[in-house]
Ligand binder design. Sequence first.
Ligand SMILES: O=C(O)CCC(=O)C(=O)O
Ligand SMILES: [Fe+2]
Length: 342
Amino acid sequence: METASRVEAVTKGGLPVVPSQYIQPPEARPNLHHAGDAAPIPTIDLSISDSAKESIGEACRNWGAFHVVNHGVPIHLLDRMKALGLSFFQDCPLEEKLQYACDSTSAASEGYGSRMLLGAEGDVVLDWRDYFDHHTFPLSRRNPSNWPLHPPDYRQVVEEYGNEMKKLAQKLLGIISESLSLPCSSIEEAVGEIYQNITMSYYPPCPQPELTLGLQSHSDMGAITLLIQDDVGGLQLYKDDQWLTVPPISRAILVLIADQTEIITNGTYKSAQHRAVTNANRARLSVATFHDPSKTAKIAPASHLIGQHTKPAYKEVVYGQYVSSWYSKGPEGKRNLDALLC
Ligand SMILES: O=C(O)CCC(=O)C(=O)O
Ligand SMILES: [Fe+2]
C-alpha cells in the first residue's frame, strides 16, 4: 500500500502509459509543443548593492521571481545539495527510503512523500513527483535524525545549506522592504520568527509528459522561496496568460515571492504562480527552501503602505488557517490568496 503511493514505485516496471490518477484534466495539461519560450526573468547581481534594490523592486512588481548571482552562498554547497538529493532518490533502495516516510495524513509533515494535498483518495489528480521535506528552522523543530544518514555528510550539508539560505532570505526581505521605501526590517518583522522547510523534489521520467504535471500550478504560501534546480529544466512561470519555462542557471538561485509577501506589500508585489512539467527521458531534481511565518502569526498589509488614498487590499489572516485551507482546498493557481481580497 505504502510503496504504491510513490511515483518511483509506480514507474518501476517501465509503464508505457501513466495510471489514471496522474492524468490532468485537459485544461491543466501542459502544451509541450509550445514549451520553448524561456521566461526572460531578470538575473540580479547581489554584489552590486546600488542597482540591486531597484532591479529587485522591478522584478517583484513584474514577475514575482528573479535569479540572483553573486549571492554569497558557495557554489559547491549548491552542487553538493543537489548531489545529495539525487543520491537519496536514485541510490537509496525504496525500502530504506520508506523508513523516512512522512505522515501522509498531516500537511507538510517531514520526510519522504509524494502526495501534496490532503483530499480523499481519488479526489485529487496526483503530481508526478516524490519529495523529501526537512524541517530546519526554528531550531526547536530541527531533528536531523529524521533525515537520511547516507551519504555521511548528508545531515551536515542540509544544516549548512539551511543556514545559508536563511541568511540570504533575510537579506532579500530587507532589500525588498527598502525597495518599497519601508525600513529594512519591515517585512521580516511582519513575518515574525522564520519557519524554514527544505523540500527536495524528484520527478522521475514520465511515459506521457503531455498528460501529467510534476507539480500542479500554485504559488508558494509563505513569504519567500529560494530554489535551485539541475540542468534538466521543467519549472514554468505563469505570466500574461502563458506558461514560460525558467531556464536553469547552475550558479544562480531563483527567488520566488510567496503569498504572505504579496499580502504584506498590499499587492504591490505579486507572488509567482508556477508549476513543474515532466520529461520523458530524464529525471529532474529541484531543491526549494521555504521561509514562512509561524502558524499563529497574523499577516496583514503593512501599515506604512496604507493611507488615506490606499485601502488594504487583503483581509488579515492567521497563517495557520491559510495553510490549512491551502492543503484541503488545493492551490488551483492563486485561489487561496484571491479569497482574501477585500
Ligand atoms: O521543482 C520545481 O522547480 C518547483 C518546486 C516547487 O514549486 C515547490 O516545491 O513548491
Ligand atoms: Fe512552489
